[in-house]
Ligand binder design. Structure first.
Ligand code: MCN
Ligand code: CUM
Length: 805
């Protein structure tokens, strides 16, 4: 009999546990039209909301006349700030400790700002009624530049007038939000003053937007009979939304149910709280019937969480032979009309203080000034890891500029400054403790894979040929080595609005040996239903295919802080592993009882407990699960369930080495990506195929941002790129074939050694594409040029350098 038992490896493979490229279980649903997105929620008697939005970027609202709109057949209500004021809901708190108008209260601060909320029988009537609401505006001077804002007499936030203290310390000017300082300024300046070499550069990381496939929306349903409010919405943090909704509305938390159904891409766009959520809830409470609000593409691009908009000024010092001695960074951060950045409370500029990057830099100083302008609020979205995108772009550009200053090869400059393997855990100058890394190994592997020396030789030959007039094409080699910081994360220093950033997993094994696990996170396309089951399969010995993963319903899932900042694997993934281990611990006792041996005499073996030294004596997890429910075991209560809330001791620090090879047509400004090599180290890999998918997606979004995508404003504050006619979204025409690679350096503090990966390719990808463009023009004297590198700007760079003859 025993000979026929499947061997250990087969049993392990059958589990589809960690390390397996298990196919995404959610795709069956998504590819066959069975996804259930917010707009698929249709309730009896449901009404539809739509916003009247400001055409002006800065204006006083003198009068709002809703009479014509109310006369339209099918219109049920038109809400303005006046209607919300008695409820105290005409303003709402932002996640950054500021407050934001839900509906225009006396003035508007950005184009597309919500002015009135029309509620009607259907979406079309609502849209027609929006046109009939007459708003009288008086235009005010518009400021779209943060430097100008800090000089201007124009007061943008009149509600804050006279307030010299903000949520993050003193305010220097009426349009100033905060100054955030990290590091030692005096020591850094001293090093700079005495340095052999100092390179300086200013760079602008332009404003952009994640533009998820599904826009933001909500369906609110207030049941006045039983006092229960249910809200379906595009929420990356459903539990936080419920808590905030309870605090704001006074409805007890158990009477609010928040559900994030399937989400068609989040990318940080769905972390914040939007006026549309508040208005649909209020409208449902007022009308007593469900109210749906779904924004359109233009509304999404113009009014919801943008990304970046950082003006960064840097100084980096080094010895003549290239050893970096110090780094100085000042940022002027454009936050728009309200500070609605969704950062952990103590980090108003996110984790920008990881801007020393992957390098052993002894002293550093960072200061960030947050500023109000007449632009939409937001700041941290788009695979940003809380501003790590900006930090990595900054340092990876500074390295290139320093390489030019030193006349040195940029790959070698990186190499000699990397934090060494034996320095981990490494305490960085700006405060972080990097958990683990092996940068030299990753870098050498990357350099070898692309034949770096060969590429440089080819590039030099190309330059000569160009000078001889034999070609009009230049070659750029883009390099990036990034260190990410993900997994917020320690409750002791990371909270949002006072809510500590732990996460959770609850698992229930059914009598027949299958299971359901619920988590505090919520997938927006990352494949959690696939991968979290894999963690549990390995930890409990129950096949992944027999485990359902559920997230996003606050009535059933354990409390958690949600999915953003690539925190699901580092935090909820850890909770999952530990919940699995609790199951295993109880299973061990049950197995020992069934096998009539002491607990210590059985050991876990893939999908069963075996008696040590007697492998033919075992109980499978299936048998143990059945016994857990159906057999009276002295001293052990029935059932097989576990819950784990996990507060990580530290964040995780994934890293990667990227190389991009580009050919650039000097006369058209068109770049052709010949090669893109991406090596990622996210510690223990749960599902290599999903990691690869995350990398492909993140790189494509990086290509978008680096090569053309932007939310641009004119001087009057008009959004110039509010439709997909003007906002660049890459398609298969632009996207190259990515080569992915990896090393594995486990996190020493994570139960399974895993680090996050969702944002890494974006964080590392943007500087890599940008560096490739800049590198192509380096032989002709280019030091730095700002993104986005669209064809026109590349052409202009070539023209400015005199390459057009
Ligand atoms: N994974 C793995 N092994 C690891 C690390 C991760 O197999 N060592 C898997 C995870 O199990 C998970 C996926 O990779 O299935 C991403 O995990 P993680 O890095 O923990 O990131 P999150 O799940 O927390 O996702 C958030 C991250 C962020 S912040 C943005 S923004 C972004 C991103 O994910 N938004 C996305 N990737 C996205 N992908 C899709 N399709 N849609 C989005 O909205
Ligand atoms: Cu900064 S985008 Mo993601 O953290 O949801």
């Amino acid at each position: 009999m025993n000979d026929m038992a499947p061997d250990r490896e087969n049993r392990a493979a059958g589990l589809k546990g960690m390390g397996c490229s298990r196919k995404r279980v959610e795709d069956v649903r998504f590819t066959q039209g069975k996804g259930n997105y917010v707009d698929d929620v249709k309730l009896p008697g449901m009404l539809h909301g739509d916003f009247v939005r400001s055409p002006y970027a800065h204006a006083r609202v003198k009068n709002i006349d809703i009479s014509k709109a109310m006369e339209l057949d099918g219109v049920v209500a038109v809400l303005t700030a006046k209607d919300l004021e008695p409820l105290g809901l005409h303003w709402m708190p932002t996640l950054a400790g500021d407050k934001q108008m839900v509906l225009a209260d006396g003035k508007v601060l950005f184009q597309g700002q919500e002015v009135a909320f029309v509620v009607a029988r259907d979406r079309y009537v609502a849209a027609d009624a929006v046109e009939l609401v007459e708003v009288e505006y008086e235009e005010l001077p518009v400021i779209t530049n943060p430097f100008e804002a800090l000089q201007s007499d124009v007061v943008l936030r009149e509600d804050l007038e006279g307030q010299t203290e903000g949520a993050h310390g003193p305010r220097k000017h009426h349009n100033h939000i905060f100054t955030w300082e990290q590091g030692d300024e005096a020591a850094t300046n001293e090093v700079m003053d005495n340095a052999e070499v100092v390179a300086e550069e200013e760079m602008y990381y332009h404003r952009t937007h994640p533009c998820p496939l599904e826009t933001c929306g909500a369906v609110a349903s207030m049941d006045k009979v039983n006092g229960k409010l249910t809200v379906w919405g595009t929420f990356q943090a459903p539990h936080v939304v419920r808590t905030v909704a309870s605090l704001l509305s006074g409805i007890e938390e158990h009477n609010i149910r928040v559900i994030s159904p399937d989400i068609g891409g989040g990318f940080g766009n769905k972390v914040g709280v939007y006026p549309g959520y508040v208005c649909s809830i209020v409208a449902s409470i007022v009308t007593g019937v469900p109210v749906k609000w779904i924004e359109d593409r233009m509304e999404n691009l113009m009014s919801t969480a943008f990304a970046r908009d950082y003006w960064m000024k840097g100084r980096i010092s080094a010895t003549k032979d290239g050893k970096i001695t110090g780094l100085h960074c000042h940022v002027t951060a454009d936050h728009g009309g309200f500070d609605a950045c969704a950062d952990p409370t103590k980090f108003p500029a996110g984790f920008m203080n990881i801007c020393t990057g992957s390098y052993d830099i002894p002293v550093a100083y960072l200061a960030v000034d947050g500023v109000y302008t007449n632009k939409a609020p937001g700041g941290v979205s788009y695979r940003c890891s809380f501003r790590v995108t900006e930090a990595v772009y900054f340092i990876e550009r500074m390295i290139e500029v320093l390489a030019i200053e030193l006349g040195m090869d940029a790959a070698e400059l990186r190499r000699i400054n990397f934090i060494r393997k034996d320095q981990f855990p490494y305490k960085a100058a700006l405060g972080w403790e990097y958990d683990s890394g092996d940068y030299h190994t990753a870098w050498d592997k990357a350099m070898k894979a692309v034949d770096y020396d060969g590429l440089r030789k080819e590039q030099a030959e190309r330059v000569e040929a160009f000078k001889r007039g034999e070609t009009r094409s230049l070659m750029g080699i883009g390099l990036t080595f990034f260190t990410e910081i993900v997994g917020a994360g320690p409750v002791k220093n990371c909270d949002i609005l006072g809510m500590g950033m732990f996460d959770s997993c609850e698992i229930r094994i059914h009598p027949t040996g299958s299971a359901i696990a619920r988590l505090g996170t919520i997938s927006q396309g990352q494949g959690h239903a696939t991968t979290f089951a894999q963690i549990l399969a390995t930890e409990t010995g129950i096949p992944a295919d027999s485990i359902t993963i559920e997230e996003g319903d606050t009535d059933t899932a354990p409390y958690g802080l949600g999915t953003y900042g690539s925190r699901s694997t580092p935090v909820a993934g850890a909770a999952t592993a530990l919940a699995g281990r609790k199951i295993r611990a109880k299973a061990q006792m049950i197995a020992a009882y069934l096998l009539e041996v002491h607990d210590d005499d059985v050991e876990f073996d893939v999908d069963r407990f075996v008696v040590k030294g007697a492998p033919e004596r075992f109980k499978t997890m299936k048998e143990i699960a059945y016994a857990a429910y159906n057999q009276a075991i002295p001293g052990i209560e029935p059932g097989l369930e576990a819950v784990s809330y996990y507060d990580p001791p530290n964040m995780t620090y994934p890293f990667g080495a990227y190389v991009c090879v580009m050919d650039i047509d000097v006369d058209t400004g068109v770049p052709t990506i010949r090669r893109f090599y991406a090596l990622d180290d996210c510690g223990t890999r749960i599902n290599p195929m999903i990691i690869e998918g995350q990398v492909h997606g993140g790189l494509t979004e990086a290509l978008a941002v680096a090569l053309g995508q932007e939310i641009a404003y004119d001087d009057l504050g008009n959004v110039k790129t509010g439709t997909l006619m003007d906002f660049f979204l890459p398609t298969m025409v632009e996207v190259p074939n990515y080569e992915t690679d990896h090393t594995v350096t486990p996190s020493p503090h994570h139960p399974i050694g895993a680090k996050g990966v969702g944002e890494s390719p974006h964080v590392g990808g943007v500087p890599c594409f940008s560096n490739a463009i800049q590198d192509a023009f380096r032989p002709f004297g280019l030091r730095h040029t700002n993104m986005p590198h669209d064809h026109w700007r590349i052409w202009k760079t070539a023209n400015d350098l005199g390459l057009h003859g």
